[in-house]
Design a protein. Structure first.
Length: 178
């Protein structure tokens, strides 16, 4: 059975409240972005939160059942698998790209293709991804911005113990390219 089914996305709605606190924390430590991409956006809570602040955000999803449970506008989510192949003719680069809890569901080869696509989509990646993707970010001239990571985590610390935020709070990584 596919993990990312109706039931999965229905349950995901329970943690959507976190988007406000998390986006507050991001915006405290980054310049206000003009365009945000959320790769593996699930029910689109981050997309909704950015858009509600007048910041254009687009979510990318591979699982069509997510579309039935979206919190954001349907037009703000595109069904696309960035891990299927290395893409030429990419959309406009985003100022900020979110990539949370997707990589663990990808094979090493998919992670490689995903990472090589993502590095051409933005200069700032916020992720919880493990080493496999990070290795490619670093190879493609990104560096880990430990200072901003620490600042965001400090801001999120009062909520860091909550189940909805815990994994993001603990494993958040910021990769940037000059
Ligand atoms: C564990 S959920 C995380 C959702 C969200 N990013 C979060 O942190 O709450 C993983 C999501 O990534 C999506 N996903 C998995 N592989 C993907 C791919 N190759 N391209 C886009 N989305 C993908 C799944 O459909 C699912 O919605």
């Amino acid at each position: 059975m596919n993990t990312f089914n109706d039931l999965y996305f229905e349950k995901r709605l329970n943690i959507a409240w976190r988007a406000k606190a998390v986006v507050d924390a991001f915006l405290k430590h980054f310049p206000v972005p003009s365009l945000v991409y959320d790769i593996g956006c699930s029910v689109g809570e981050f997309v909704k939160e950015f858009n509600s602040r007048g910041i254009k955000a687009i979510g990318y999803e591979v699982s069509t059942p997510a579309l039935k449970h979206l919190l954001c506008q349907p037009n703000d989510v595109i069904i696309r698998d960035w891990s299927a192949r290395i893409v030429k003719g990419l959309p406009k680069p985003a100022d900020l790209l979110l990539f949370f809890e997707v990589a663990p569901f990808l094979t090493d080869n998919q992670q490689r293709k995903m990472a090589l696509n993502l590095v051409n989509l933005t200069k700032t990646i916020l992720t919880t991804s493990p080493e496999e993707c990070a290795k490619y970010f670093l190879e493609k001239d990104f560096y880990e911005d430990f200072l901003t990571e620490r600042e965001i985590k400090n801001t999120l610390e009062p909520l860091g113990h909550k189940p909805a935020i815990k994994s993001l709070y603990r494993s958040l990584k910021v990769y940037r390219k000059l």
